[in-house]
Design a protein around this ligand. Structure first.
Ligand code: NAD
Length: 242
């Protein structure tokens, strides 16, 4: 009897890091459920390129949409073994320019980056528990260094790292919960972020920019570590050591 493929839902996988994670999991034998918001064409195109994959447009910051995303994933694939909570937004705002941070941005970045993973985790919990599955969060080194694209973004990612630890404790032994913390990774989100790019190449121990495949490889590796839960793995070429 053949073993059914394990199913992974990757939020924010229509672009950048999430798309690379989806491709890497597919190459590792997973059945992949893709998600994004406002870039449905790219998400559908990637799903079409990965046999067995599906794409659902859903806003993870909205609890109803997060529940629908999980429901449609389980309806399509019959099970759910892993969630990669990767969807996120950012905007570059100098940390000392407090007036440049409008209230709407604070609310949006917390809703998408922090409440989104909570919404999806809560909706997915019964399915993940049944499968003795796992959650991986895309945090950021901005969540534990005094740096990052903006203060609200960094605070949202600090919340994601603590949410990781809290959920790991609350959801064991059925569900493992870990996080990766990327440094500077070249994606559509960050491509124009000068002079940070030069700083990374000149000073980070790895002396190069990160690419989405660097993060995807770390996620696949972390997902295979069965005795690891509540951990945060920096994937930053050593940038957070500076
Ligand atoms: P990206 O802009 O290329 O991709 C973002 C993805 O999130 C897209 O698929 C988009 O559709 C999706 N998304 C946005 N809002 C959403 C919502 N409300 N609901 C569902 N999906 C939504 O960005 P990226 O650089 O690939 O970033 C992916 C993740 O990695 C984010 O959480 C980001 O904070 C984190 N991260 C990125 C870097 C970096 O240097 N690029 C560094 C650290 C952490």
């Amino acid at each position: 009897m053949s073993v059914p493929p394990r199913v992974a839902l990757v939020t924010g996988s229509s672009s950048g890091i999430g798309a690379a994670i989806a491709r890497a999991l597919h190459a590792d034998g997973w059945r992949v459920a893709l998600n994004g918001h406002r870039d449905a064409d790219a998400g559908a195109a990637l799903a079409a390129a990965l046999p067995g994959a599906t794409y659902v447009d859903a806003d993870v910051s909205a609890p109803d949409d997060a529940r629908r995303l999980v429901r449609e994933t389980v309806d399509a694939h019959g099970r759910l073994d892993a969630v990669v909570n990767n969807a996120g937004i950012a905007r570059r705002i100098p940390h000392d320019d407090l007036d440049a941070v409008d209230d709407a941005f604070w609310d949006l970045v917390m809703a998408v980056n922090l409440k989104g993973p909570w919404n999806v985790a809560r909706a997915a919990r019964p399915h993940l528990a049944a499968a003795r599955g796992q959650i991986v969060m895309t945090g950021s080194i901005a969540g534990f260094t005094a740096a990052g694209s903006s203060i609200p973004y960094s605070v949202s990612k600090a919340g994601v790292l603590h949410l990781t630890r809290l959920l790991a404790r609350a959801l064991g032994p059925e569900i493992r919960v870990n996080a990766i913390a990327p440094g500077y990774i070249e994606t559509p989100l960050t491509r124009e972020w000068q002079p940070l790019r030069e700083h990374v190449v000149a000073h980070a121990p790895a002396r190069r920019l990160g690419v989405p495949e660097d993060v995807a490889g770390a996620v696949v590796g972390l997902m295979g570590m069965e005795y690891v839960t509540g951990a945060v793995l920096p994937v930053d070429g050593g940038l957070s050591l500076l």
